[in-house]
Ligand binder design. Structure first.
Ligand SMILES: [Zn+2]
Length: 130
């Protein structure tokens, strides 16, 4: 990617405008709320909004972690021979290229190793020849 001074300037000014836009919207929303509701109600609404963001974030992190654990367990169970596209086990398919019987995606043994490379250490995969 070419990163010229012009591009950097555009990115910085775009980011600045994005932040300014969000702050302006926040001030506008707060002004609207304070105009029609009491201070206690606005504080309560802001608290509810903040808590919903925190709860949503926690649930997303938990779901992401669970998905990572599922991938690791599946890779461990099938010695790293899992289709990267659909998660279907490729065990017993000893041809090159390996074609997933579930989704039809094809991978060479080397390509498959390269895709799951980072997981070898995490899931302690011991690759066996077929
Ligand atoms: Zn597949």
């Amino acid at each position: 990617m070419v990163s010229s001074g012009w591009t950097k300037g555009l990115l910085i000014s775009g980011s600045f405008l994005c932040v300014v836009g969000k702050l302006t919207a926040l001030v506008g929303v707060l002004g609207f709320l304070f105009q029609f509701f009491s201070t206690h109600t606005v504080v309560w609404l802001i608290g509810c909004g903040f808590m919903s963001v925190v709860i949503g974030l926690a649930m997303s992190i938990r779901a992401f972690g669970r998905a990572l654990i599922d991938i690791g367990e599946r890779l461990l169970q099938f010695d790293g021979r899992v289709c990267p596209d659909c998660g279907y086990p490729l065990r017993g398919l000893c041809v090159d290229p390996i074609v997933c019987s579930e989704c039809g995606a094809s991978y060479s043994e080397q390509n498959l190793r390269q895709i799951w490379r980072g997981w070898d250490i995490v899931a302690k995969i011991e690759r066996r020849s077929c």
